[in-house]
Ligand binder design. Structure first.
Ligand code: ADP
Ligand code: MG
Length: 691
């Protein structure tokens, strides 16, 4: 059953969160189409902005028709022409005092046509004008209405991106009803803030944005107001979550570094000062009676793993269990092997659990974990989706967590249990200006310095037409027993995109290096990917042609050359990550970027930055300045967009102001923002304590 909502739909502002099917005229079919556009609640409609407008205001007589233009006509229906042959369209001949036009219908029933276009009646039509066989036509008009509705049709109409099953007419009915009935909300900002940016109220801003007369660019004050709303609500949620963390007490971990000191003594390198500092920060958290929720950021190769293992040793010393999770089973295995080696002479019992672990073994591991017979569990992220019972889990480390959004972080933090400290590690450098916005719920540690023995990767650029020269370069690398990554943006050739594909390049290389070349991309099954990576790791293959799927974090000690085709296609931060996959051993790593012939000024600038710097944080800042923020953290990958409207590049001033604003209000009562959080879909990511 569907409600018929009257003009008072927003008597109660909470009606905004009702399902769209509560709106008159939105049945199951329309609901489904809207759902494809991610519109489920009435509130969702508000955030789906028009991108331009359609001008139906030009009303003309039939001697003033312009082919290709959208025009609105007032005509009299004269004659039906319904052919009896299938596939021929139905036609209706209409006229005014100045001329004639054919109204053509494909896939329309005669009854419908007769109903909307009764003979000898005047009607309004609006649509694009065509010319066919010496006659003017209007095909499937966008609007056919009675003459009284002239004001409704003859205007500039906001244009939304619509999907299959939705046309302007039906969408307009819905959105206009909602927009014209928006509730008045109490202002949540103080006068000073409103004045500073010239903000109008929430309601007025939305009204203006959905009005076809407003030009919706990122800098209009209405959009900026809503962007600011979004930034503020994001910061508030993170801040609230952070506070809740700080309030949750845990049993503190008392260790005297005996196990970790022992391990450090057996390493064949010395920790960098930066690593020592970070370990200190983590140790303090572990020892405190507040739960740790910390992110360790460090460029690829900065040595995060050992930080996690040393701090794990401290936790293990206290008798708590520890768990280290990686995104893939190969990386989990590398961590496992390293941990086994490091803890070799100790009593610590370590196990690995991945999707590949056979059922029998898995069962046994789970039993032992529950009984506390395993101290240290290493596995894949996916494990955390499932239920695993520990006897007394005290520390979870999540490696390469760049694909986690706020929501997932929250659920993770809750899963570990009362005494569990949480450390996330990420190689995705976030510009400093964005830290609070993205990780405002966490404490942050950073590894900036790299181990001294690390040679910076040499970065070269080459035009694609010189691609043949690479064959010699590859031969040389192979003769030195080195391995090569070759990255292309596409899996298969595309009709539309002029980028190179893995499939094509693989064919080309396979001819030249038949037994040594392999191919890898995201469409392969996980097991197949793992198998290929394993083969590469064991050096059974030497050249791996791949999309960007090669996981961050895996150590391929002999991979020293990476070639990246259509390097223009990738963001700086991404290129930096890709090149970080070579040169992780002691040998010199090299990266060759291939470009199409004509490099824009912008591209030249980008290559310069990459050649000059090996500092991921610096590169991320530059990348953000040049391309915007979305690319840096990989929106597409993360599956969770941080912002619908706000854009850190164009709204930089709002981000900076919002951070200070938050500091000002943080200790006041934030309740007046509750509705704002709901409007921005943030309310459900608030952390709730589990003790
Ligand atoms: P990432 O931060 O990308 O996870 P890893 O932890 O995998 O980096 O470290 C990369 C390599 O650097 C490893 O082979 C590790 O043993 C080595 N390494 C880590 N710390 C140091 C150090 N202080 N001195 C020398 N080598 C180190
Ligand atoms: Mg790593």
């Amino acid at each position: 059953m569907y409600y018929i909502l009257s003009m008072e739909i927003f008597k109660n502002k909470d009606d905004l969160f009702k399902n769209i099917s509560f709106l008159k005229g939105v049945g199951p079919k329309l609901s489904k189409y809207l759902k494809n556009k991610r519109i489920e609640k009435i509130n969702d409609l508000l955030w789906h902005f028009p991108y331009s407008s359609t001008d139906r205001s030009s009303m003309v007589t039939l001697n003033k028709l312009e082919v290709g233009k959208i025009q609105t006509l007032k005509v009299k229906v004269k004659k039906y022409n319904f052919p009896r042959i299938r596939n021929l369209p139905n036609k209706v001949i209409c006229e005014d005092d100045f001329g004639k036009i054919d109204v053509v219908f494909f896939n329309s029933r005669e009854n419908y046509i007769k109903a909307v276009l009764p003979i000898n009646e005047w009607v309004l039509l609006s649509g694009k004008i065509n010319y066919y066989k010496n006659k003017f036509q209007i095909t499937n008009p966008d609007y056919i209405t009675s003459v009284e509705k002239i004001d409704y049709v003859k205007k500039n109409i906001a244009k939304y991106s619509l999907t299959e099953g939705l046309n302007e007419k039906s969408y307009r009915k819905i959105i206009e009803k909602v927009i014209t009935n928006l509730p008045d909300l109490d202002e949540w900002y103080n006068e000073k803030t409103l004045k500073k940016f010239g903000f109008k109220s929430w309601k007025e801003s939305l009204l203006k944005i959905h009005n076809s007369e407003t030009k919706n660019d990122v800098n209009n004050i209405y959009l900026r107001r809503l962007a600011f709303d979004e930034i503020v609500s994001n910061l508030i949620v993170l801040s609230k979550n952070r506070k809740k963390f700080k309030e949750s007490k845990k049993e503190n971990k008392n260790f005297n570094n005996s196990l970790s000191t022992n391990i450090l003594g057996n390493l064949n390198f010395k920790l960098t000062q930066n690593q020592e500092k970070v370990i200190g920060e983590i140790n303090n958290d572990l020892k405190s009676d507040k739960k740790m929720f910390r992110i360790l950021q460090g460029d690829v190769g900065s040595g995060k793993t050992i930080v996690s293992l040393i701090t794990s040793a401290n936790v293990l010393e206290t008798g708590f269990q520890t768990s280290l999770m990686a995104p893939t089973s190969i990386l989990a295995k590398q961590h496992f092997n390293l941990a086994k080696k490091i803890f070799e002479k100790t009593q610590i019992k370590i196990e690995i659990l991945t999707g590949k672990t056979e059922l029998k073994k898995r069962k046994k591991i789970l039993e032992k974990l529950k009984k506390g017979e395993i101290d240290f569990l290493i596995g894949t992220h996916a494990l955390f989706q499932k239920k695993i019972e520990f006897k007394n889990l005290g520390y979870i480390i999540i490696d390469e967590q760049h694909k986690f959004g706020v929501r997932q972080r929250m659920s993770l933090a809750q899963k570990g249990g009362k005494n569990c400290d949480v450390l996330l590690m990420s190689a995705t450098p976030i510009p400093r200006t964005m830290m609070l916005t993205i990780y405002g719920d966490m404490d942050v540690s950073r590894l900036i310095e790299k181990p001294k023995n690390r040679l910076p990767i040499l970065t070269y650029s080459k035009p694609e037409k010189k691609i043949d020269e690479l064959v010699e370069i590859i031969k040389k690398e192979l003769s030195k027993n080195n391995q090569i990554f070759w990255v292309c943006p596409l899996i298969n050739d595309s009709q539309i995109l002029n980028y190179s594909s893995v499939a094509n390049r693989y064919k080309w290389l396979k001819k030249k290096f038949p037994s040594q070349t392999d191919i890898l991309h995201g469409e392969l099954k996980q097991e197949e990917k793992d198998f290929k990576l394993e083969k590469f790791l064991q050096k059974k293959t030497k050249i791996l042609v791949s999309t960007t799927v090669i996981e961050v974090g895996i150590d391929f000690p002999d991979a020293n050359l990476i070639i990246i085709e259509n390097a223009n296609k990738f963001g700086l931060a991404q290129l930096h990550q890709l090149r970080g996959r070579v040169g992780r051993g002691s040998k010199q790593g090299k990266c060759i970027l291939l470009f199409k012939d004509n490099l824009s000024k912008n591209s030249i600038q980008r290559i310069k930055i990459l050649k000059k710097s090996s500092d991921g944080f610096f590169i991320a800042e530059e990348d953000m300045k040049m391309r915007g923020f979305g690319d840096i953290i990989g929106y597409q990958q993360s599956g969770e967009k941080f912002f619908k409207i706000a854009d850190p590049v164009n709204h930089g001033d709002l981000f900076i102001y919002a951070e200070n604003y938050l500091k000002e209000i943080e200790n006041d009562n934030l309740d007046k923002f509750n509705f704002l959080l709901k409007l921005n879909d943030k309310a459900e990511i608030l952390y709730t304590k589990n003790d």
